[in-house]
Design a protein around this ligand. Structure first.
Ligand code: ZN
Ligand code: ZN
Length: 303
C-alpha cells in the first residue's frame, strides 16, 4: 500500500502518453465516473424491465447520495441525484437499444444522400462500394458482398462480407447527450462490430493480443486490439502526419500504424495516417486467408 501511495501521488506526464493524452485521460475519467454512478445504482437492474423509469433510478440514487454526501445541503443532494439519474438512465437506454437498428429506409436514404458522391464509414473513412449501398437501400434483392481479396493485417476489415457492408450506428454514446436522428451515422460492419458495446478505450483488453507476422522488414509479435483502432480512429478522425495533412475521415480512408517498430502496437504507439503518409502503405495488405490465419492464431493465443 505504501508503494501505491507513492505512485498515486504522482501526476502522470503527458509526454508519456505520446500525443494520445486527450483520449487516454478522458476515457479513464469516464471509466471512473461510470464505476461511481453504476456503483450507486446498477443500470442492469433496469435494462430488462422497460416499465422502470428515471423515477425508480432517482429513488435508488437519492438514498445513496444522502449517505455519501450527507454534509451537503439537501437541495444540492437533490440536484446531484437528478444529474446522476440522467446519466444512469442514459446508460439504461443505451443498453436497451444495443443491437437494435432504428433507421427506417427513408433515414438510410437520407444518410446516403447527405454523404455526397462517396459515402464512407464515419470511423475509418472506408468508401462503400456500389453493391454495399444498393444492399443497404434494398434496391436489389439477393446482393452478396464478396470479402476482399487483400486485407490490412493491422485492421482486418474485409475477411467477411459484413465487414464491408453498411451499418447504421449511434455516433455518440447516448450518455454523452446523444439521441435522435442527428446521431445516426454510417459505419462499416468491421468498425461497428469492433466497437460493440464498448465506450472507453479501457473497455478493451489492456494488452495487445499476441501473434506473429511480418510487417515491412520486421517481425511483429502483437496485433493492435480492434477496439483501440476504432477508438483512436473515431476520436482523431484525421491523418496525423507530423508536418500536417488535409486528409480526414470525410475525404480519405484512414489507417492505424505503430509510430515505432521497436514498440508494442498499443495506444501509446498507435497513430492515424492517410494512405499517402502511412508508413506501412506497401506492407500492410496481405491475402485474405493469410490475414485470417494470423488473426485466428491471435484469438487462440489470447484465450
Ligand atoms: Zn469503418
Ligand atoms: Zn496524410
Amino acid at each position: 500500500m505504501s508503494d501505491l501511495l507513492t505512485i498515486s501521488a504522482n501526476a502522470f506526464p503527458d509526454e508519456l502518453l505520446c500525443r494520445n493524452d486527450t483520449v487516454l485521460r478522458a476515457d479513464i475519467f469516464a471509466l471512473w465516473f461510470r464505476w461511481f454512478t453504476e456503483g450507486l445504482c446498477n443500470p442492469l437492474h433496469y435494462v430488462r424491465d422497460e416499465t422502470k423509469t428515471i423515477v425508480d433510478i432517482m429513488a435508488d440514487t437519492f438514498s445513496r447520495v444522502n449517505l455519501i454526501f450527507s454534509h451537503e445541503p439537501e437541495p444540492e443532494r437533490m440536484k446531484l441525484t437528478e444529474q446522476l439519474a440522467i446519466h444512469i438512465m442514459a446508460e439504461v437506454t443505451r443498453q436497451r437499444q444495443l443491437g437494435r437498428t432504428h433507421a427506417t429506409l427513408a433515414e438510410k436514404q437520407e444518410l446516403i444522400d447527405d454523404s455526397g458522391d462517396k459515402p464512407r464509414c464515419w470511423i475509418c473513412g472506408f468508401a462503400f462500394g456500389k453493391d454495399a449501398i444498393d444492399r443497404f437501400l434494398k434496391k436489389r434483392s439477393g446482393i452478396l458482398l464478396d470479402p476482399l481479396e487483400f486485407v490490412d493485417i493491422l485492421m482486418p476489415r474485409g475477411l467477411s462480407s459484413r465487414d464491408i457492408s453498411i451499418e447504421v450506428e449511434h455516433k455518440l454514446p447516448v450518455a454523452s447527450g446523444g439521441g435522435g436522428k442527428d446521431n445516426l451515422a454510417l459505419a462499416c460492419g468491421w468498425c461497428n462490430k469492433s466497437k460493440g458495446a464498448r465506450t472507453s478505450i479501457y473497455d478493451a483488453d489492456a494488452r495487445a493480443p499476441r501473434c506473429s507476422y511480418t510487417l515491412g522488414p520486421h517481425t511483429w509479435h502483437e496485433l493492435p486490439h480492434p477496439f483501440w483502432t476504432v477508438r483512436l480512429l473515431a476520436t482523431r478522425g484525421k491523418c496525423e502526419f507530423h508536418s500536417g495533412c488535409s486528409a480526414d475521415v470525410t475525404n480519405a480512408e484512414l489507417f492505424i500504424a505503430p509510430s515505432d517498430h521497436r514498440g508494442s502496437p498499443n495506444p501509446c504507439n498507435l497513430h492515424v495516417f492517410c494512405g499517402q503518409h502511412d508508413p506501412y502503405a506497401t506492407h500492410r495488405f496481405y491475402g485474405r486467408e493469410v490475414v485470417r490465419r494470423i488473426w485466428d492464431d491471435r484469438a487462440r493465443a489470447s484465450t
